[in-house]
Design a protein around this ligand. Structure first.
Ligand code: PHE
Length: 346
């Protein structure tokens, strides 16, 4: 037994020495095999020898051989990990794994999209559905069918970007009213969110491209009271229940009568004559609206004696600016993530 112990100690020392010269996985495998090879490895041969021993000696001798086996297995696997980690490519991932990670680059829904969804949800709850239309329009849909006579000065209110004599970038979402009424019969209840274009130089309150939401309801017996009730409910849900609202007479070629809708200034509530947001008036214009002009209904073959309707239009950025006190419309399209991300946090 003493003899066996000494042999095993020597084997361990030899193994340690051999291992210290190992530089790669291949030579590691070679050293390992000298001791652990299943056929001719030192450990295997020692176990073979044990069979010749008397049972009472065998157990103790077995422990000695096992200690050699454990010694070899542990050192081989430790060195294997070390060699693998030092391979090129893997090295980059080394380092202190307890340090906080590098944050990934994450996006956020655009504030215009979020605000548009807020508006859509209020109208969907009232039974409206969402309609879309082309951004490149004909003169007919953008103006003519909406009761703007050719060369009428009212067209000058919309600084139109023309593509050809007949094609233009839509200046408002109202042409989708016409497309919707051509396609289907009343009752109609739709809202139309989308981009519109006007010949404007960008400044804090103007952009050549911006978003509008159009609304249209056509049915038997629709009155101005329906227009008022719908818009009041919409604005009070969008802002708050006690919001002050006023309807002011106005003019649009495609509605009669027409009204612009103002809401109280959210910033000064009418209490600051020097308020920069409302100019001291206490009111902020937010919507254009009116009863669908009978001539417009005729243009789409809907009988104005039987049917009536209301329509409205609103700028999305303008309203979002007012709601969130954003001082410059250009922020929406500068793609500054520090701005964009602020709105995704509910
Ligand atoms: N289209 C009008 C605009 O762009 C808004 C509007 C829509 C007015 C519907 C009345 C009815 O200013």
């Amino acid at each position: 037994m003493k003899d066996l112990k000494a042999r095993i100690e020597k084997l361990k020392r030899d193994f340690d020495k051999a291992l210290s010269g190992v530089k790669d996985e291949k030579s590691l495998q070679e050293v390992r095999n000298i001791y652990l090879s299943r056929k001719r490895g030192a450990v295997k041969l020692l176990f073979e020898e044990l069979k010749a021993l008397k049972p009472e000696k065998r157990a103790q001798a077995g422990q000695l051989v096992n200690s050699l086996k454990k010694h070899v297995v542990a050192k081989v696997s430790r060195l294997k990990v070390k060699l693998a980690a030092s391979k090129p490519g893997v090295r980059a991932r080394k380092g202190d794994l307890t340090l906080p990670g590098v944050r990934g680059y994450w996006g956020a829904p655009h504030p215009v999209v979020l605000f548009q969804q807020k508006i859509e949800n209020i109208f969907i709850a009232m039974g409206f559905s969402i309609e879309e239309g082309p951004e490149i329009e004909t003169d007919y849909y953008n103006f003519e069918a909406l009761n703007f006579p050719p060369h009428h000065p009212a067209r000058d209110d919309w600084d139109t970007l023309y593509i050809s004599d007949d094609l233009l970038l839509r200046t408002h979402t109202s042409p989708v009213q016409i497309r919707a009424m051509e396609r289907r019969k009343p009752p109609i209840r739709i809202i139309v969110p989308g981009k519109v274009y006007r010949r404007e130089t960008p400044d804090p309150t103007h952009l050549p491209m911006f978003y509008q939401v159009e609304g249209l309801a056509v049915d038997k017996g629709i009155t101005f009271a329906d227009l008022k009730g719908t818009l009041e409910h919409f604005l009070k849900t969008l802002f708050y229940e006690k919001l002050k609202i006023r309807f002011r007479p106005s003019f649009f070629p495609f509605t009669e009568p027409s009204a612009e809708v103002d809401i109280e200034c959210l910033v000064c509530k009418g209490k600051n004559e020097q308020c920069r947001v409302c100019g001291g008036s206490g009111w902020k214009e937010i919507l254009g609206s009116g009863m669908v002009d009978p001539q417009v209904l005729k243009n789409v073959n809907i009988d104005p004696e039987q049917y009536s309707g209301f329509a409205f239009g609103m700028g999305i950025e303008r309203t979002a600016m007012f709601a969130y006190q954003i001082p410059d419309m250009r922020y929406f399209f500068e793609n500054d993530l520090r701005f964009n991300r602020q709105f995704s946090i509910k």
